[in-house]
Design a protein around this ligand. Structure first.
Ligand SMILES: Cc1ncc(COP(=O)(O)O)c(C=O)c1O
Length: 492
């Protein structure tokens, strides 16, 4: 741990102004040293926080401090109270949900962006913030092989990107809705697969379609949306006078990373005049790999699509790219310019506030710029390829082990699998898999999460951290096998 001295100024100092630059230097350096040591020693921490609900709450004072506190104490408490209560997403054995990396260049950019504290809500409030965002989004569009009509903005999360895209879809279907609300407008519906992410439900709720206004379409045995079932649903709704507003295709679903047949869905979107949104929140960045492009076949026909550099492109949370072929519709769906936000150059520039719900926005483009330049496209491709290789190797180990099975194809870096063990009921299998996961996570050496596929519980191992090596994946596999033996032994 870095040793730092308290720097409380003498009594009587006026209670105005900010931290002095001398003190900022001292603590800024201490923080950077701490971060470097943390990154080097992250494996000393349990991946999953080994605490109980309420532990931190009971350790924190109920009332905010009236008098200033020494930074040394604040920093000490950060290490003593906060760090043990963290689940370490930067741990190389973090394999839950979708694994991520707060990379070095991204972290440095975050520090700078926090210090600059610029808000590029309109062009003049930070011209470089706006124009850097335009440039890095175009770089990424080109890197993933999408054509130029696509333009985009950075949002905080894929949930916001999808909400914003579906707001534009709703605007296309009901141009009067932004002024009049739903009123007597005919009912409309959004369509997504049974495996689509819950952020689509949330968007449907917020936009007034309601959860019943989101039609979940069944999937095939590889968890891909069934176009024939979608066609039936669209036809049946049209016959009932329900308007198809948007189809959401997922490239890289949350549970198994399955890939919907986007080209066929694009045909249906065209036939039924529905907006096509592609949710590639996790997998989209894999399109920078030429050998992966076939999996993205047809996504260039989308009206909008989202992918998250904060998921699988080593950019610290949060950073989501929303691209659209119809920036005008995206803009028209919500843009408003009250007098206090109008500027003389409004006609000549992009004002980012017009392309989303939030007015204020963090300078997210900076970290993306640092990451793209620091690793370079070649470096990014190499790292993604290695993650895919390790995931497939893990899947081979599981396949090759008696009593275990892989439950879905592994197109990217996520494996859905389970322990089948001896002949037991499906309910027992589910309980055993959850028990195995709980045991592995309790070791603090690896962290996995689970899902449900059809009626079965599945375990998931997702690789996305820059520090993960095959040795980490191997250790997770050994832990899983040991836990399975214990769980099996306990129930025999
Ligand atoms: C396919 C998919 N879409 C959307 C999301 C939501 O992402 P965010 O947390 O950026 O809102 C996720 C999260 O894992 C996801 O897997």
């Amino acid at each position: 741990m870095t040793q730092v001295k308290s720097a409380v100024p003498p009594d009587g100092e006026p209670v105005l102004g900010d931290m002095s630059s001398a003190e900022f230097r001292q603590w800024g350096r201490a923080a950077v040293d701490w971060i470097a040591a943390y990154m080097d020693g992250v494996e000393a921490h349990p991946v999953l926080a080994q605490v109980h609900p309420g532990d931190l709450l009971s350790a924190l004072p109920a009332v905010a401090p009236e008098e200033r506190e020494a930074f040394a104490e604040i920093f000490e408490d950060f290490q003593r109270l906060i760090v043990p209560g963290l689940t370490h997403w930067n741990h190389p054995s973090f394999f839950g949900y979708f694994a991520i990396t707060g990379s070095g260049p991204g972290t440095v950019a975050e520090l700078l962006s926090a210090a600059l504290n610029v808000n590029a809500m309109v062009w003049r409030t930070s011209p470089a913030g706006t124009e850097l965002e335009q440039r890095v989004v175009a770089w990424l569009r080109d890197l993933v092989g999408l054509p130029e009509p696509f333009e985009g903005v950075i949002q905080d999360t894929a949930s916001t990107s999808t909400l914003t895209a579906l707001t534009a879809a709703r605007h296309r279907a009901y141009p009067l809705i932004r002024d009049r609300g739903w009123g007597a407008l005919p009912r409309g519906r959004v369509y997504a697969s049974a495996e689509a992410h819950s952020s689509v439900d949330k968007a449907a709720i917020v936009l007034g379609f309601g959860r019943e206004g989101l039609c979940r379409i069944p999937v095939d045995d590889r968890f891909r949306m069934l176009p024939a079932a979608l066609r039936d649903a669209l036809r049946s709704d049209v016959e009932k006078g329900v308007k198809p507003v948007a189809i959401v295709a997922t490239l890289g679903t949350t549970s198994t990373s399955s890939v919907d047949p986007v080209r066929e869905l694009a045909d249906l979107a065209a036939e039924f005049e529905a907006w096509l949104h592609v949710d590639a929140a996790y997998a989209g960045t894999a399109a920078i790999l030429p050998e992966m492009r076939d999996l993205f076949d047809g996504w260039e026909r989308a009206d909008s699509l989202v992918f998250n550099p904060h998921k699988w492109l080593f950019t610290p949370l949060d950073c989501s790219i929303l691209l659209t072929r119809s920036p005008a519709e995206l803009r028209e769906s919500t843009a408003l310019t009250p007098e206090y936000l109008s500027t003389p150059e409004d006609e000549d520039v992009t004002n980012l506030m017009d392309y989303g719900i939030a007015l204020g926005r963090r300078f997210r483009a900076l970290k993306l710029w640092f990451v793209l330049r620091y690793f370079g496209a070649r470096g990014l491709r190499g790292r993604l390829r290695e993650h895919v290789r390790m995931a497939r190797t893990f899947a081979e180990w599981v396949e090759g082990e008696e009593g275990w099975e892989v439950l879905a194809p592994v197109p990217f870096s996520t494996v859905a699998f389970r322990y089948v063990g001896a002949e037991v009921s499906e309910a027992d299998r589910d309980a055993r898999n959850l028990a195995i996961m709980t045991r592995v996570n309790a070791t603090g050496r690896a962290f996995l999460s689970h899902t449900r596929l059809g009626r079965h519980v599945a375990l998931r191992l997702s690789i996305g951290n820059l520090r993960t090596t095959e040795a980490h994946v191997r250790e997770a596999w050994e832990l899983l096998k040991t836990a399975a033996l214990t769980v099996q032994g306990e129930s025999d």
